[in-house]
Ligand binder design. Sequence first.
Ligand code: ATP
Ligand code: MG
Length: 279
Amino acid sequence: MKKTIVVALANQKGGVGKTTTAVNFSACLAEKRKKVLLVDLDPQANATSGLGVEKGASVFSAMLGESGCQELIQKTGIKGLDIIPSEIDLAGSEVAIARYDDYLHRLRDAMEPVIESGVYDFIIFDCPPSLGILFMNALNTADEVIIPIQCEYFALEGLGVMVDIVNQIRDAGNPQLHISGILMTMYNLSTNLSQQVVQEVRTHFGKNVFDTLIPRNVRLSEAPSYGQPIIQYDSNCVGAIAYRTLAKEFLKRQKQSVPDEPGESSLYNLVPADLAEEL
Ligand code: ATP
Ligand code: MG
């Protein structure tokens, strides 16, 4: 039976390209014949609507024990890509979930049957822009985290907090959790700023940054209003090519990756001390 890898797209900063990446990266993995389940963990439900799926019972109902996760899975217009949609109720979930003693592990327990079934190659979480309970649940369930950051000033702002939390969660009981890569998004070919930011991030984080850069591409911002991922909306635009390249690079890294010894080669330990303070 295949092992399902759970990947969280996370950054507490808003508008950095988490959802755009979740939708298009998932679609590109499915195009490469991987079986993918996208879980929309954001009450904004942008990933749900971006795939043209009706909002519906969310993973929240499974976290509350009201339904099984399997029943929540819906098909999308892309072969091989399924989704557990979001609903606005997810917004109230943090309060409701907080009543349980195991409030940080409700998602992991709810998802376990789906993960254990081995039906999916990858489960992708689109996280909300916060460090709240849903986010913590996502990290307690995930094997890997991809952190999208925008090629703008202050790109690294808040990254230290993210890295800290990932390390804390890993040490507190999710030992396989690691940052699989930082993804530079909204790269603007025509500005020096984008190039400078990429250079700075690469200097600090080296091989932990994906080689693939996601360019700023208006087609990527239009596609969600048609409820389509970019490979359906405009299959040959630069945005589609970039996300295909990312999927390819990610799969290649999966083959090469040797599990980290906790604390040895994690991203945290690659942050130079002076930068760690700055972050
Ligand atoms: P939030 O934190 O609110 O969940 P997010 O991190 O999920 O935001 P997105 O919703 O993916 O970010 O992107 C923010 C906005 O930027 C959206 O309007 C999206 O269409 C646009 N956008 C994202 N990536 C690109 C890109 N590469 N080129 C052009 N526009 C983009
Ligand atoms: Mg989002």
